[in-house]
Design a binder for this molecule. Structure first.
Ligand SMILES: CC(C)(COP(=O)(O)OP(=O)(O)OC[C@H]1O[C@@H](n2cnc3c(N)ncnc32)[C@H](O)[C@@H]1OP(=O)(O)O)[C@@H](O)C(=O)NCCC(=O)NCCS
Length: 205
């Protein structure tokens, strides 16, 4: 099995480890996290370095996954993604064997598709996204790069989620609308209208 380095060692990383173990395509060789976590472990995997060690790590390892979570801002995940690409790292698409991805859908590099999520025919999901557990991306929906579609949320058919946007847990976005880039949709929200770029939407006026 090829080895993979995970970047970000919090709760989202633990969920990603479970997906990687179940997918059984990569062996986790280590995790990059804050300096004070060095020499500790997460689910039995060692924290082997910090962000500043990425240039050295890319000399020794080929595959990386960004496992830092994303709620209010995607900026750190974007910076890491760009740095890793520049360093020549490969960012594979990681797909839980419990997820269903239509053969008519596409999913970009560095995106993780977690347990029990479903990406239907004609859907296009970009790079460096989190499609979290139990999320549904319906037919012909588009999810731009660097988005987090949280646990149990639903993106209905033909809807476009522009890049860098967060969709909160359990939210339902109606069909054929556009959610702008850099938008923040709260958890448990029903979104029936288009949402502009750079906005927070919780359904409250
Ligand atoms: C949208 C969100 C990020 C905003 O967080 P925040 O900036 O800290 O904002 P606050 O919690 O202070 O809330 C600000 C206002 O919006 C309201 N609000 C926030 N989130 C809301 C939601 N999901 N639904 C309805 N109203 C919400 C609050 O009640 C508050 O209203 P008030 O000003 O009248 O008191 C956060 O509330 C949220 O929904 N996070 C999603 C969590 C989630 O889905 N995690 C998934 C991990 S997989």
């Amino acid at each position: 099995m090829d080895e993979i380095i995970l970047v970000g060692g919090g709760g989202h990383c633990a969920s990603c480890i479970d997906v990687i173990e179940q997918e059984a395509k990569f062996q986790v060789a280590g995790i990059v996290d804050m300096p004070d976590k060095h020499s500790t472990t997460l689910l039995g995997y060692p924290i082997i370095g910090k962000d500043e060690d990425l240039p050295k790590l890319t000399e020794n390892y080929r595959y990386f996954l960004i496992t830092l979570g994303q709620i209010k801002s995607p900026q750190r995940r974007i910076a890491l993604f760009e740095e890793l690409l520049q360093l020549g790292a490969q960012l594979p698409t990681i797909i839980s064997p419990r997820a269903y991805i239509s053969r008519h859908a596409t999913v970009g590099a560095g995106t993780v598709v977690m347990h029990n999520s479903l990406i239907n025919a004609g859907a296009i999901v970009g790079c460096n996204c989190i499609i979290n557990s139990c999320a549904l991306i319906e037919h012909d929906a588009k999810v731009g790069d660097h988005c987090h579609i949280s646990t149990g949320s639903i993106i209905n058919g033909g809807t476009q989620i522009a890049e860098c946007t967060f969709i909160g847990s359990g939210s339902v976005v109606r069909d054929n609308i556009r959610i702008g880039s850099n938008a923040l949709i709260g958890g448990g929200v029903s979104v029936m209208v288009a949402v502009p770029d750079n906005s927070l939407y919780t359904g409250k006026k």
